[in-house]
Design a protein around this ligand. Structure first.
Ligand code: B1M
Length: 216
């Protein structure tokens, strides 16, 4: 198989033997770590999602694919370009209550960290209390919530309602992302009920441009 195809298959098949060698070759051929992630590996995860969704792949295999994806991202991360500017702002990042998906959140962490932001990544399944406590404790400039389940979109709405009822809606701009969210849901439904700033990020790069925007 050609290299791109082989790397994509590694994600789909959850095959990590020889992964690093293939990633090295891809970089030696001039691919940037981010293009390897975005144009090849995420394509593989997309296929995994489709196979799982249609019942053609069982959960333990999805988990294996996710592990290979994480290994690949961790391997590529030190090779990424890092911006010189530091201290552009601080964001608390979490996957919301009840949701274990963290590959997207961790990509957002990497992109923001490499571009001058300080990220306090508090992990998965985080209730709103923990998110707000971390934002308070670390004197965050913004809050980012990730969630991939349809249920998580409802949790995000509840979290915003909780922030509003505690009177802290205007304290932290909120960035939301994850596969089950839509721009319309965030920008129409959620914005109309939230007195503060709430933004939708389709991917990690939009997360970065939103941070640049809310910090100016
Ligand atoms: Co799960 N899973 N999963 N899963 N899983 C989905 C989400 C699903 C769509 C698969 C499917 O059915 N086709 C489906 C959800 C269906 C729904 O809610 N309607 C699903 C399900 C059902 C489940 C379980 C319930 C299965 C079960 O137990 N029966 C279970 C959930 C457990 C729980 O959360 N309580 C479950 C478990 C798992 C694994 C543990 C096996 C594994 C996760 C491993 C891990 O993350 N550590 C897993 C995986 C890997 C997936 C799929 C296949 C891939 C997700 C992924 O990592 N994508 C997924 C299918 C899919 O998404 N279509 C699926 C790559 C990642 C980079 O994308 O996170 O979307 P994503 O991030 C993107 C953008 O969304 C954005 O930036 C990233 C790209 O740059 N983004 C942000 C994300 N967060 C952001 C935050 C921001 C900004 C941008 O600012 C704050």
């Amino acid at each position: 198989l050609p290299l791109d195809e082989r790397l994509k298959r590694r994600i789909i098949d959850g095959e990590r033997n020889g992964l690093e060698a293939d990633l090295d070759t891809a970089m030696a051929e001039g691919r940037t770590p981010l293009s390897i992630i975005n144009d090849i590996l995420l394509d593989g995860m997309k296929v995994v999602g489709e196979l799982f969704g249609s019942g053609q792949m069982q959960l333990p295999f999805v988990l294996q694919s996710a592990e290979v994806m994480k290994t690949a991202v961790a391997y590529l991360e030190p090779h990424m370009d890092k911006a010189d500017d530091e201290g552009k702002g601080r964001i608390v990042l979490a996957t919301v209550k009840g949701d274990v998906h963290d590959i997207g959140k961790n990509l957002v962490d990497i992109i923001l960290s490499n571009n001058g932001y300080e990220v306090v990544n508090i992990g998965i399944k985080q209730p709103i209390n923990a998110i707000l406590d971390a934002a308070e404790e670390h004197r965050a400039d913004a809050i980012g919530m990730s969630g991939l389940l349809v249920k998580s979109t409802v949790i995000m709405k509840e979290n915003l309602a909780e922030m509003a009822s505690r009177g802290v809606a205007e304290r932290w701009p909120v960035l939301l992302g994850g596969a089950a969210l839509t721009r319309a849901y965030v920008e129409d439904d959620l914005r109309s009920m939230f007195p503060g700033q709430v933004h939708y990020a389709r991917d990690a790069f939009e997360g970065l441009s939103l941070m640049d925007r809310v910090m100016t």
